[in-house]
Design a binder for this molecule. Structure first.
Ligand SMILES: Nc1ncnc2c1ncn2[C@@H]1O[C@H](COP(=O)(O)OP(=O)(O)OP(=O)(O)O)[C@@H](O)[C@H]1O
Ligand SMILES: N[C@@H](Cc1ccc(O)cc1)C(=O)O
Length: 315
């Protein structure tokens, strides 16, 4: 697959397409994603991990920022609790196949005088209103935001300059922070980053996949857990809001040449699909039963996640 196709497949938005094309032509290109340490790395986080792996294959140098201070500012726990999960998260990302990336712990690079000055300079140019709005989909308990949650997006902007990256990958929920970065980083002498946004996927109950909602498949889940969870997954006959189809689209097809639906002759026999779109069409036309779809998704997920489970457990 050519580098542009790798960079853009399964994205919802690239800002801007023209800048991405120009970046791909450069000999050295750097991209990053930041993650607040989380007790459970799930298939939602994995959408961005997949994109980083696509970009690695497209010749980008990849940095993964484990944003411990950001999690602290966002009221996710004490610094000690957060640091413990940081190391676990790195293992999950490596287990998923994101090796050879540059892993950086936020607090290792964010406590210098230079970083602080950049934060202060930008904080003078950004209104409270814009900072707050940029946190709408990122912040915890935003009905009662703290000052730390206003510092958060500004630090995320300075991370881009500090890590020296040309592009930022994130779920579409990062969009407002990224737009602030594009607007304001040039004022501190740093070029606007290319922003690559991936979709937010649904959890097994059909609502946004999120650790706090308990509707996730964790990348470290065992075979039994995956089977049990997939059996109960919401799988409507339609293609919209269908978490099982989303798993196939964003996690299985990018890793498999083809997906087989296995079933006895009396139920139509086996079917094989080389492209997600073909499978979606057949499902929408009622040619595949939800139970068979779930079984195929579960079997592939088990194969994809088994190395993560082994890698994490062996350390
Ligand atoms: N359901 C999802 N689909 C795609 N990407 C997601 C999903 N959930 C989270 N992400 C990505 O992972 C990053 C971390 O998100 P976040 O910390 O909110 O995860 P979470 O599981 O919702 O955590 P919590 O429920 O504890 O707040 C987000 O920036 C987002 O881009
Ligand atoms: N804002 C990201 C985490 C993050 C933190 C710092 C960054 O530089 C980048 C990303 C999230 O919602 O999880």
């Amino acid at each position: 697959m050519d580098p542009y196709e790798l960079a853009t497949r399964n994205t919802v938005e690239v800002v801007t397409d023209e800048e991405l094309r120009a970046l791909i032509d450069r000999p050295v290109r750097r991209v990053y994603t930041g993650y607040e340490p989380s007790g459970e790395i799930h298939l939602g986080h994995m959408v961005t991990v997949n994109k980083l792996m696509d970009l690695q294959q497209a010749g980008f140098e990849v940095t993964v920022l484990i944003a411990d201070l950001h999690a602290f500012l966002n009221r996710k726990g004490t610094m000690e609790e957060i640091r413990e999960t940081a190391e676990y998260n790195r293992l999950c990302f490596e287990g998923l196949g994101l090796r050879g990336a540059n892993y950086v712990l936020g607090s290792d690079v964010q406590l210098t005088a230079e970083y602080e000055l950049a934060v202060l300079e930008l904080s003078q140019a950004i209104t409270l209103n814009r900072a707050k709005r940029s946190m709408d989909e990122v912040g915890r308990q935003m009905d009662n935001p703290t000052v730390s949650q206003m510092v958060y997006p500004i630090m995320q902007m300075v991370d881009i300059a500090t890590l020296g990256v040309d592009a930022a990958v994130g779920g579409i929920d990062q969009r407002k922070i990224h737009m602030l970065a594009r607007e304001h980083l040039p004022s501190i002498g740093y070029p606007a980053p290319v922003c690559i946004h991936t979709p937010i996927i649904n959890g097994l109950d059909g609502k946004k996949m999120s650790s706090s909602a308990g509707n996730v498949i964790s990348v470290a889940d065992s075979e039994e857990e995956i089977k049990k969870k997939m059996k109960k997954a919401f799988c409507p006959p339609e293609v919209e809001n269908n978490p099982v189809l989303e798993i196939l689209r964003y996690h299985v097809f990018p890793r498999a040449d083809a997906v087989a639906i296995r079933r006895p002759e009396k139920f139509g026999g086996d079917r094989e699909f080389a492209a997600y779109e073909d499978l979606e069409r057949a499902y929408a036309a009622g040619e595949i039963h939800p139970l068979d779809l779930k079984t195929a998704a579960a079997d592939h997920l088990i194969d994809i996640l088994a190395p993560v489970h082994d890698y994490v457990c062996s350390r």
